[in-house]
Unconditional design. Structure first.
Length: 107
């Protein structure tokens, strides 16, 4: 399961293999609220549209490792994004580092 996180970019995500549950969240002043849950099977897809549909979490529900394909409008592996505390909704900065080349140095 991933932490609750954002992408700070529009994108499309499609499930290639396995099964997942996806949950979308709305951060607010009083915490964080789950707004939508659904199971995903291979071929299912969804859009990430900040700010409304950008904060989510996914969980593999199949016995095999799930694989999803992400098409995003930023260099997500090098972008400072946020995880969110499940109870308080407090954001914490992180950079995933999921890249196959070095991230450029900030200007």
């Amino acid at each position: 399961m991933t932490p609750i996180h954002d992408h700070l970019a529009w994108g499309l995500v499609g499930l290639y293999r396995g099964a997942q549950d996806e949950e979308f969240y709305r951060p607010g002043d009083q915490g964080i609220e789950c707004t939508r849950r659904r199971p995903l099977q291979p071929g299912d897809h969804y859009a990430l549209l900040p700010p409304r549909d950008d904060v989510h979490r996914v969980r593999t529900t199949s016995e095999q490792t799930s694989v999803s394909i992400h098409l995003l409008a930023n260099d997500t592996g090098c972008t400072s994004r946020h995880t969110f505390d499940e109870r308080t909704g407090a954001p914490a900065p992180f950079v995933s580092g999921y890249v196959n080349a070095e991230c450029p140095l900030p200007a």
